[in-house]
Design a protein. Structure first.
Length: 359
């Protein structure tokens, strides 16, 4: 037996083996990457679908109560018999009581493309009829989308009874808790025959005061109702986060002031709304005989319902980037959207107002 240093055989990967291993690793990695990207796209799609559904619900919850209250003045409705004692308005649109509904159609050419995060514009020629000065002073809206303005009882506010009727200022009211702040407040007193709209100057302890109010013809007696009023505008604008958004603007009278200082106070409500189109149901006795856009409404007092369409968008990256503008049917319009990676769908709703009926 011989003793000495043992010899060892060196083992390891050869170049060919190494290349094969690397190739297999790349194939596995590519497969995992494909699976990850596919799952990521499915997640983005699902997330955007959920986001758009939430936006649909938010749009409905925001607009429906306002539109349903349009024209409603407690027991009565806004009509030719309504007496307007609000005062001198700064624009023809401000608390215009000739109708509870008014609107503006965004004019678009066949080549116009909507873009998410488009800047607000004030060019009156971009709408028909031309924008009211109060909307221009507010800063306008995104080009192409429609604008709708509604006037009626403040949504989700109940009518207060008048136990002693109206015999001058101040007069008794069952409850003035809905009139918060320091005023003035636009309000209406009505029975089932006629109504008077005026500014309440102070309210509290079951009393309501005014400068010019329901102290002439018609007279109101015990059992008449009092409601606070709200003029609301809906439009599409660019929000601070840089996304097209459904806005709600409320015509606000400055504290301690009068109607001449009224102006819109806008609030971003539902982000991710690319466009809005509105058709107006024209008819009588609460029945719409045809739907037309704002430019074709001959008498706003004949509008009894509104049909609204919205193009709602999902998150960036929820859809592949198209090679050209995408088209969507939105009510009586075709909406083109500049190429981006957002999924979109159309949401529509029809709401009966109380412009000429209590239905």
């Amino acid at each position: 037996m011989r003793y000495g240093t043992p010899s060892y055989r060196m083992a390891g990967f050869g170049l060919l083996e190494l290349m094969i291993a690397m190739g297999l690793g790349l194939i596995v990695t590519a497969g995992l990457l494909v699976i990850f990207l596919a799952e990521s796209q499915v997640y983005n799609n699902s997330s955007s679908q959920s986001l758009m559904q939430d936006a649909d619900n938010a749009i409905s919850a925001t607009i429906t109560p306002v539109a349903r209250s349009a024209g409603f003045l407690g027991c009565g409705v806004l009509n030719a018999n309504t007496l307007n004692n609000l005062g001198t308005a700064p624009s023809s649109l401000t608390f215009n009581t000739s109708s509870a509904v008014q609107g503006y159609t965004g004019t678009i050419s066949s080549s116009f493309s909507f873009t998410d995060n488009a800047a607000n514009v004030t060019a009156t020629s971009d709408w028909s009829p031309a924008l009211d000065s109060s909307i221009v002073n507010m800063g306008g809206a995104e080009q192409g989308s429609d604008i709708v303005v509604l006037l009626g009882a403040t949504p989700n506010v109940y009518a207060a009874g008048l136990p002693g009727g109206v015999v001058g200022s101040p007069f008794a009211v069952n409850d003035t808790s809905e009139l918060t702040g320091s005023g003035p407040w636009p309000v209406a007193v009505s029975d089932c025959k006629s109504s008077t709209i005026f500014l309440a100057s102070s309210a509290g302890s079951g009393k309501l005061s005014y400068t010019a109010g329901p102290n002439g013809t018609p007279q109101y007696i015990t059992g008449a109702q009092l409601v606070s009023l709200q003029q609301t505008m809906f439009y599409i604008g660019k929000d601070n986060g840089g996304q097209s958004t459904l806005y709600e603007a409320i015509m606000t009278i400055p504290s301690g002031g009068n109607l001449s200082g009224a102006a819109w106070t806008p609030t971003a409500m539902v982000p991710g709304v690319t466009a809005m189109k509105v058709l107006y149901g024209v008819g009588s006795n609460g029945q719409s005989t045809q739907y037309v856009d704002a430019s074709l409404v001959s008498s706003w007092a004949s509008v009894v319902s509104v049909k609204l369409g919205f193009l709602v968008e999902g998150e960036a990256g929820s859809a592949p980037l198209p090679s050209s503008a995408q088209s969507y049917p939105l009510l009586n319009s075709t909406i083109k959207v500049a190429p981006d990676t957002r999924m979109r769908h159309v949401f529509t709703m029809t709401i009966n107002t109380r412009n000429t009926t209590l239905l």
